[in-house]
Write a protein that binds this ligand. Structure first.
Ligand code: NAD
Ligand code: UDP
Ligand code: UDP
Length: 358
């Protein structure tokens, strides 16, 4: 048997990134819905490298095959083109449920579909988890706190969401996804974990994502104007994608079942530097647009556009729960993560230019 194991290990490492060899007892069958997306594909890398069997289910609305193409053909990997609004029947041990558009322009494109994905889709995933007895992790969001009256946001805060505004399809969709998770836990004994994810960035973000990180980097790289929506006084706290993946894996491995914030607590205004005096925070608030300008070394102008409707004004996670129960906290400093991301977008721009030429 050892001889056979060694043979398999060699075969695998010859053609693919080196994966750990796990015997059948330790190897899990893991479903990642939305696994071809930005966060999902980084999670898939982590799970594959650890030696698990990974099934990605994705409808490729915002995800791309190229995000996971380096695993296609690997015997531990399966890519299934499927829309989770329809039922799915698989046999798995764990489910990371990430399928849902995440950036505001994407989820507002087809609000009805966004609601269906987060409600009907989540029912199907919980039904599947119930049938096969799988542990399930639901990717929820800081958007469940809406435009918060409590700062920083801790998990005990119930939120301040406009139920009929343009963001409601996503915010309320995720709130129902959480409600469904705890209903399945209480009524059906499903083992659920709920991660409330705060703004995350990194390579493989979609070029047309429309989120602040990709917009500002692309604008800076092309010497275009950097677009501030509204006053720029609004704040966000940005975490690098590898920190998020650490948090998700730690949460799945834990027995903790209450919602848990996964985010970086270092807060930035989008542009306006007066905010740091207004709020008199002990934590330094720095302007995100200027950080990007500085790192890219661009002459881009900064322009102020109309504010977007229902834009949350302040966002910073209280991560004491994650520290206490998961022994998790983010490790990657903003500038370090941004440098990697800027390099990624610079290469993507080069590729686009190259393909336009040919
Ligand atoms: P993404 O858009 O890159 O990935 C989402 C993936 O889900 C895509 O591959 C998409 O094709 C797939 N998908 C969407 N609808 C589907 C459906 N009906 N059936 C099957 N697949 C479907 O977004 P992301 O940033 O990787 O986000 C992943 C998850 O994390 C989402 O659930 C999102 O709500 C959550 N989240 C992300 C952030 C963030 O800052 N990135 C913040 C909070 C929460
Ligand atoms: N479901 C699924 N895969 C499964 C089991 C269930 O997609 O392996 C779907 C099923 O279509 C159902 C939903 O999950 O609509 C909820 O399942 P549950 O067992 O809770 O509900 P019921 O089937 O009793 O309506
Ligand atoms: N934003 C901006 N310019 C842009 C894109 C976004 O000023 O080109 C602002 C947006 O209004 C919000 C913040 O940046 O206040 C973060 O927006 P994003 O869409 O990245 O994520 P959100 O946290 O709102 O889901």
């Amino acid at each position: 048997l050892q001889h056979l194991e060694a043979k398999i290990e060699n075969k695998v490492s010859k053609d693919f990134p080196t994966v750990k060899f796990l015997n059948y007892k330790n190897r899990k069958r893991i479903l990642v819905t939305g696994g071809a997306g930005f966060v999902g594909s980084h999670l898939v890398d982590r799970l594959m490298l650890a030696g698990h069997e990974v099934i990605v289910v994705d409808n490729f609305f915002t995800g791309r095959k190229r995000n996971v193409e380096h695993w296609v053909g690997h015997e531990n990997f399966e890519l299934v083109h499927h829309d989770i609004v329809r039922p799915l029947y698989l046999e798995v041990d764990e489910i990371y449920h990430l399928a849902s558009p995440a950036s505001p322009p994407h989820y507002m494109l087809n609000p009805v579909k966004t609601i269906k994905t987060n409600t009907l889709g989540t029912i199907n995933i919980l039904g599947l988890a119930k049938r096969v007895g799988a542990k399930v992790l639901i990717a929820s969001t800081s958007e469940v706190y809406g435009d918060p009256n409590e700062h920083p946001q801790s998990e005990t805060y119930w939120g301040h969401v406009n139920p009929i505004g343009p963001r409601a399809c996503y915010d309320e969709g995720k709130r129902v996804a959480e409600t469904l998770s705890y209903a399945y836990m209480r009524q059906e004994g499903v083992s659920v974990h709920v991660a409330r994810i705060f703004n995350t960035f990194g390579p493989r973000m979609h070029m047309n994502d429309g989120r602040v990180v990709s917009n500002f980097i692309l604008q800076a790289l092309q010497n275009d104007s950097i677009t501030i929506y509204g006053s720029g006084k609004q704040t966000r706290s940005f975490q690098y994608v590898s920190d998020l993946v650490d948090g998700l894996v730690a949460l799945m491995a834990s027995n903790y079942t209450q919602p848990i914030n996964i985010g970086n607590p270092v807060e930035h205004t989008i542009e306006d530097y007066f905010v740091r005096y207004i709020y008199n925070e002990s934590q330094l608030v720095t302007e995100f647009a200027l950080i990007i300008k500085d790192l890219v070394g661009t002459n881009s102008k900064i322009v102020e556009l109309a504010a977007v409707e229902d834009d949350p004004q302040r966002r910073r996670p209280d991560i004491s729960r994650a520290k206490k129960y998961l022994n998790w906290e983010p490790k990657v400093p903003l500038a370090e993560g941004l440098k990697t991301t800027i390099m990624y977008f610079a290469k993507e721009l080069q590729k686009t230019k190259h393909s336009q030429k040919n």
